[in-house]
Ligand binder design. Structure first.
Ligand code: NAD
Ligand code: ZN
Length: 344
């Protein structure tokens, strides 16, 4: 089969890889119909040291089951399924708590001999627990929106849930990538009244308005935080969802939150030390957030896509073929494209 493999910063190649086969009775082989490139893929694209090995890429995909292992009783060949961005048994103690990202038998796509999603097919470990059947046909126009259940929609929702967003809240979302825009959508869905989006790309923040943002702040850093305080009577918002991952964005988050408020962090930290000293303690700020257990949220969010209440697939502004995946990385890294959909 053909699949995308990263060999170092700026070096993604589409090449032949072994056809996935069932290794364990808990596996399924999924023929990929659609995949996506994630902001998380852009971190190694910017900084991964060159290797001969290469890393299969992609953790967001949906497709059709080609073969299911003997212990995968809930699903069968021909089923159209979505995967959360990590695989899990969905039965261990962590999974039962809704923390499938910590599954005792789980793992990540593209590591330890597991395929990545940006390819023709994937061997999915723990398929019974991981995969969720999609109740639509393989040519449904809803597929791009359903694909966001793999990651960004569930991740934005996780950020809002960890922030404790409820009806009437004021919320700041930092970052106008697909995760930030999904956090806006999720905060709006949970009833937030004022949602201030920090982002510098007008096309992205326009979509943010459609998703429920009430105010846009184009400035980053301290200036951005100052604007947020201006917009909220000097204090900042009750909840802040950080969707970038840089130290600057975390600093903006602390500068934008009211004393006693919550900073919920979704951006994968590109720093080892952060501004979490005495000031954060004295101000009684809660720092929360983390990797999204997307598997926990798919069942709750899917009906809103199926009935048209939300259209999170609007984050995809460019579609490429598998062979064009390297161009897709380039376009996303240059911020020419918001989010890339890969259609096989
Ligand atoms: N927690 C999770 O489970 C999870 C899941 C997916 C992605 N992520 C992470 O979330 C982050 C965002 O993902 P994405 O796909 O939206 O990424 P992206 O790179 O596509 O988008 C990031 C956006 O933030 C903007 N930005 C950069 N610095 C900023 C700043 N200081 N203030 C405001 N905006 C700023 C960029 O211009 C860009 O539009 C990444 O760190 C990614 O790795 C986390
Ligand atoms: Zn992702």
């Amino acid at each position: 089969m053909r699949a995308a493999v990263m060999y170092g910063a700026g070096d993604v190649r589409v090449q032949d890889r072994p056809d996935p086969k069932i290794h364990n009775p808990t596996d399924a082989v999924v023929r990929v119909l659609m995949a996506a490139i994630c902001g998380s893929d852009l971190w190694p694209y910017a900084s991964m040291p060159a290797t001969d090995q290469g890393r299969p890429m992609g953790h967001e995909f949906l497709g059709v089951i080609e073969e299911a292992g003997s212990q995968v009783s809930r699903l069968k060949a021909g089923d159209l399924v979505i995967t959360p961005f990590t695989w899990c048994d969905n039965t261990c103690d962590f999974c039962r708590k809704g923390l499938q990202t910590s599954c005792r038998h789980g793992g990540r796509y593209g590591f330890n001999g597991v395929d990545g999603g940006q390819g023709e097919a994937v061997r999915v470990p723990q398929a019974q627990g991981t995969l969720v059947k999609l109740p639509v046909a393989a040519d449904s126009p809803l597929l791009p929106s359903l694909l966001t259940l793999s990651d960004v929609l569930c991740t934005g929702h996780h950020g809002a849930v960890k922030a404790g967003v409820t009806r009437g809240d004021t919320v700041t979302v930092i970052g106008d990538g697909a995760v930030g825009l999904s956090a806006v959508l999720a905060a709006h869905r949970l009833g937030a009244e004022q949602i201030i989006l920090i982002g510098g790309h007008a096309d992205r923040t326009d979509l943010g308005r459609d998703f429920g943002a009430t105010d846009i702040v184009a400035e980053r850093g301290d200036e951005g935080a100052e604007k947020i305080r201006e917009l909220t009577g000097g204090d900042g918002t009750d909840k802040v969802i950080e969707c970038v991952g840089t130290k600057q964005a975390l600093e903006t988050a602390f500068g934008s939150v009211i004393d006693g408020g919550v900073v919920s962090r979704l951006g994968v930290p590109q720093y080892g030390e952060g501004p979490i000293g005495p000031a954060v303690l004295l101000r009684n700020i809660t720092l929360t957030g983390g990797a999204s257990p997307a598997r926990a949220y798919i069942g709750e969010l899917m009906p809103d896509i199926l009935d048209g209440t939300i259209e999170p697939g609007r984050v995809f502004d460019r579609t490429v073929s598998l062979d064009q995946v390297p161009d897709g990385y380039r376009a996303m890294a240059n911020r020419e494209a918001l989010k890339i959909l890969v259609r096989n």
